[in-house]
Design a protein around this ligand. Structure first.
Ligand SMILES: [Zn+2]
Length: 355
């Protein structure tokens, strides 16, 4: 029996089951009792390409198929894990300039074989963009100390060590499409360089190491060392990925190119961004560098921010809705200013910013 005749017999069985039933009884699920696929000799008859150049689909003579998964040895030989592979320094593409990159880089983010998992889920309190004279090259998401941090995609650990430049415990994963994801200020790293990881694998835990003023994840996405706003790709609040493939335009490597300015569905939270931006100027881990390099200016800035701010210390019986009425603000505003949600449990003695 050759492949075609099996196919025809399968089609015949399918057609005979799907022809109009004479009664209104619920249709039984289609069962291929004969031929028994498991009993047929399995012989590879063809391979098909997939969008992922390293992955093939193999067709078998018994009308089944499977993915061909490359071995780790094969992965080791991929140029992306051999070239510009530096496990000692954060920047690995020193010989490649921004000008050398093409106008658009097509990033294959997820497929049947490569998954996505949010690094952490939470509110971005400090976005990608300019911070005075400095650049904030990633996003900051405050979380509880010790919460797990996950690999965003499958990949290989390029860097895992304590970074004295301010990142603290830093893990950098290089993914097969060339994208790198950076996870900074971790309390503990869970992976070693050269190791392969799967999307969703715990690579470390939330901390406040390096230049950080509280437990949070500083998360970056880079391509050839160039940063772009990770919010183009990840919706951190919902933990969802925005695209299956992403056209990374060269213009996105500009520090002023922010996802929030370009994603239509986010237009309605632009107001909260400006509120957050003014708040987070005071709050980012990286601002401490400015305190070191320019203490007078940063003190003055902090003073201005504080003089306009209104705080409330939580007492027994306080609820967000009551506070909102008492101070004449919205519950959403209080949530935004403090990076909390409507369901956050308010600890007694906690100081909330109201305005
Ligand atoms: Zn940061």
């Amino acid at each position: 029996m050759n492949f075609q005749s099996i196919l025809i017999s399968l089609l015949t069985i399918t057609l005979s089951y799907s022809s109009c039933p004479l009664t209104s009884a619920p249709r039984r699920p289609v069962r291929y009792s004969t031929p028994n696929l498991e009993d047929l000799p399995q012989r590879a008859i063809d391979t098909l390409d997939t969008p992922d150049p390293e992955t093939k689909v193999i067709l078998y003579s018994n009308n089944t198929w499977s993915y061909y998964r490359p071995t780790l040895q094969t992965l080791d030989e991929l140029p992306v894990y051999r070239e510009h592979w530096d496990t000692t320094q954060v920047f690995a593409y020193r010989s490649i300039e921004l000008a050398d990159l093409p106008p658009v880089i097509d990033l294959n983010l997820i497929s049947a074989l490569s998954d996505f998992h949010y690094p952490v889920k939470g509110k971005v309190i400090s976005k990608y963009g300019r911070r005075g004279r400095r650049n904030h090259n990633g996003v900051d998401i405050p979380l509880l100390m010790g919460e797990p941090v996950y690999a965003t995609f499958d990949g290989r650990i390029r860097y895992s060590k304590y970074n004295t430049g301010g990142f603290g415990n830093l893990v950098i994963i290089r993914h097969k499409n060339g994208l790198e994801t950076w996870y900074a200020h971790l309390s503990k790293r869970n992976v070693e360089t050269e190791q392969y990881v799967k999307a969703g694998q715990i690579i470390g835990f939330i901390g406040s190491t390096g230049r950080s003023r509280g437990p949070h994840l500083h998360y970056e996405m880079r391509y050839c060392d160039q940063t772009f706003d990770p919010e183009f790709i990840v919706d951190f609040e919902s933990g969802q990925i925005r695209y299956q493939t992403f056209a990374l335009e060269k213009s996105f490597f500009n520090i002023n190119s922010r996802a929030s300015d370009q994603l239509e569905e986010e237009d309605d939270w632009d107001d909260s961004f400006s509120l957050l931006a003014s708040e987070s100027n005071d709050n980012t881990s990286e601002d401490i560098l400015e305190r070191i390099t320019n203490p007078q200016k940063s003190q003055a800035k902090a003073g201005i921010n504080q003089s306009n701010a209104v705080y409330h210390t939580i007492r027994q019986g306080d609820m967000l809705s009551k506070l909102a009425i008492r101070y004449g603000v919205s519950v959403d505003q209080i949530c935004r200013l403090n990076g909390i949600s409507r369901t956050t449990i308010l600890r007694l003695g906690r100081k909330l910013r109201i305005k």
